[in-house]
Design a protein around this ligand. Structure first.
Ligand code: URA
Length: 209
């Protein structure tokens, strides 16, 4: 079973509180999401495998560590996931970026896939799917389905706010993946929004509505 972890570093909690405030404007919201994503990337990458490498310093030769293993692909679920990409790339600049477009049918609340563009060789990559909100889990499950169908084997799902219902649904559908959240909130409301949450992450990031 993959793990579910709440990354409650004080800086993450502080910045998340700022963006929960309904009076937080687009610019500050975007900036904080970017910073939280970077802080989360730092924590999520903690267990990345290392290998020995010989390095010639100005003073002599030594054997030290460098990253080994699979190369990272960041996969934002469009559109709100886009807000988390730059922050992660600040820490892992060589990462590739795949995109997956999903929209939620306002009546059925079911997600639909409309765009998938991934780097080659997903099987040999470490994939971070990013979406600020893990609500019903519908789009997360569909995104993982879409990536597994294309060969992905090692997937981490990274979100800012998770609802218990979404965590349960995603773990049930895909027990092998790791899930990281900045906060686990109380519940979903009847429209599938997370309570207390932060509202519609896409609208708040892009200043729409
Ligand atoms: N998507 C959002 O943007 N916010 C929620 O609360 C749930 C889904």
């Amino acid at each position: 079973m993959g793990k579910f972890e709440v990354l409650d570093h004080p800086l993450i909690q502080h910045k998340l509180t700022i963006i929960r405030d309904k009076n937080c404007g687009t610019r500050e919201f975007r900036q904080c999401v970017d910073e939280i994503a970077a802080l989360m990337a730092y924590e999520v990458s903690r267990e990345m495998p290392l290998e020995d490498v010989e390095v010639q310093t100005p003073m002599g030769v030594t054997t030290k560590k460098r990253l080994a293993g699979k190369k990272v692909v960041v996969v934002p679920i469009l559109r709100a996931g886009l807000g988390m990409v730059e922050g992660i790339l600040n820490l892992i600049p060589a990462a590739k970026v795949g995109h997956i477009g999903m929209y939620r049918d306002e009546e059925t609340m079911q997600p639909h896939e409309y765009f998938v563009k991934m780097p080659s060789d997903l099987a040999n990559r470490e994939i971070f799917i990013v979406d600020p909100m893990l609500a019903t889990g519908g789009s997360a499950i569909m995104a993982v389905d879409a990536l597994k169908k294309r060969g992905a084997q090692s997937i981490k799902f990274v979100c800012l706010v998770a609802a218990p219902e979404g965590v349960e649904a995603l773990r049930k559908a895909h027990p092998d993946i790791d899930i990281f959240a900045a906060a686990l909130d109380e519940r979903l409301d009847e429209n599938g929004y997370i309570v207390p949450g932060l509202g519609d992450a896409g609208d708040r990031l892009f200043g729409t509505k």
